[in-house]
Design a protein around this ligand. Sequence first.
Ligand code: PMP
Length: 278
Amino acid sequence: MYYVDGRWVEAAEAYIHPEDRGYQFGDGIYEVFRIYQGKIYQWEAHYTRLARSAKELQIAFPWTSSELQSIAEQLLDKNSITETDDAILYMQVTRGTAPRQHEFPEGLRPILSAFARKKERPRAEMQNGIAAALIPDIRWLRCDIKSLNLLGAAMAKQQAKQQGAFEAILHRDGTVTEGSSSNLFVVKDNVLYTHPANHLILHGITRQIVIALAGTLSLEVREETFDAEFLKQADELFFTGTTVEVMPVVSLDGKPVGSGQVGEVVRKLQEAFEGTIG
Ligand code: PMP
């Protein structure tokens, strides 16, 4: 079952208007939630970010946290996602439907749609580590907004895939920003480095959790920019994200990262992250 603009519908009836601004301009926002054992992980953080993305784009956002949460819970129910299941839940809000014009039409009614499906955790990848490829970051300059404009990210991920990698590591003129759908950390001499949470990256919820966990493990974290040269000297590299969790990177552009094995620091963080799950 899908939720589309106030209605519960089967996939075959899940229609959206062709002049929904989400289609024509990518004029909308979204969140992906992780469901561990039937429970939504970090609901409030995702809700807060969704509401913030709406505010930054002047999209009307009439839903309270509990109203949206109730829709999310019903969605799990209607899709038979129970306490034995891991899953993902997707929610998006577009500005609404109107005859095409670039500027924002007045008084639009925002359109909420959502779906949920069972999805296993990426256990093998988290255990063995994955390959990454360094790709230019051609996205817009408001990457802090979780908007539907994902073509830059999709192109980067596709390019990474064509190079045999699982994820892209993006850089702007040599300055490393984040993954195409994840944040990135470098470990060098037991210190963690990650791009500052400004307009050039998404302020990841998992990133924030990992920064807090690093504190409890007495690991120093520097939210600083770094370049591709520094990246290549890393002892360890890892991505963070709602679906990738804490994901070790063991090769970059076909060359081993550090020892070429999953490192100690990332293992500790994975273990600590596990402790935050239900
Ligand atoms: N950066 C980008 C570009 C993303 O799409 C995501 C996935 N939401 C992240 C970072 C990770 O954010 P989070 O930990 O909140 O999922």
